[in-house]
Design a protein around this ligand. Structure first.
Ligand SMILES: N[C@@H](CCC(=O)N[C@@H](CS)C(=O)NCC(=O)O)C(=O)O
Length: 145
């Protein structure tokens, strides 16, 4: 690519902010703004209609990624009921959730509409005994035997 104009004067290059933003927006650079708004709304509806919601790869029974499996395992160990959304079934959600939370990876755990974190954060909270307290504070029942 030639980025120099006449006599070597630099030509305005691509708008890096826009390119980075587009890259961040996910796998489909041609996704229209309206589609993104639509996905955002769908995610918002999901997040607000389930007290504990996990965006993951695969299902709780058949997780397709070790990070997702780790969060499922922790939630199950605590006896927390949760809804799971398999992002592998919906590329728009897989991409849109990263923008929604400003968090670049899956899994993503939401409690009462609030983004909690991914696998590392959930694991750390669990190991520090913070996670059970957090659920209690949010009014989420733990059904541990
Ligand atoms: N450090 C992350 C690990 C999760 C991670 O790296 N996820 C990757 C692989 S499953 C991911 O979501 N990559 C983007 C994608 O697959 O869309 C966490 O704490 O959750």
């Amino acid at each position: 690519m030639g980025f120099s104009g006449p006599r070597g004067t630099p030509v305005q290059g691509p708008n890096l902010d826009a390119l980075q933003h587009r890259a961040y927006m996910g796998s489909d650079p041609h996704m229209a703004r309206d589609d993104m708004t639509d996905v955002h709304q769908r995610i918002d509806d999901e997040v607000k209609s389930s007290p504990v919601l996990l965006f993951m790869k695969g299902t709780p029974v058949f997780p397709q990624c070790g990070f997702s499996a780790a969060v499922v395992q922790i939630l199950s160990q605590l006896g927390v009921k949760f809804k799971a959304v398999d992002v592998l079934k919906d590329p728009e959600i897989r991409s849109g959730i990263k923008d929604y939370s400003q968090w670049p990876t899956i899994p993503q755990l939401y409690v009462k509409g609030e983004f909690v974190g991914g696998a590392d954060i959930v694991r750390e909270m669990f190991e520090n005994d913070e996670l059970a307290a957090f659920f209690a504070e949010k009014g989420i029942a733990l059904e541990t035997a």
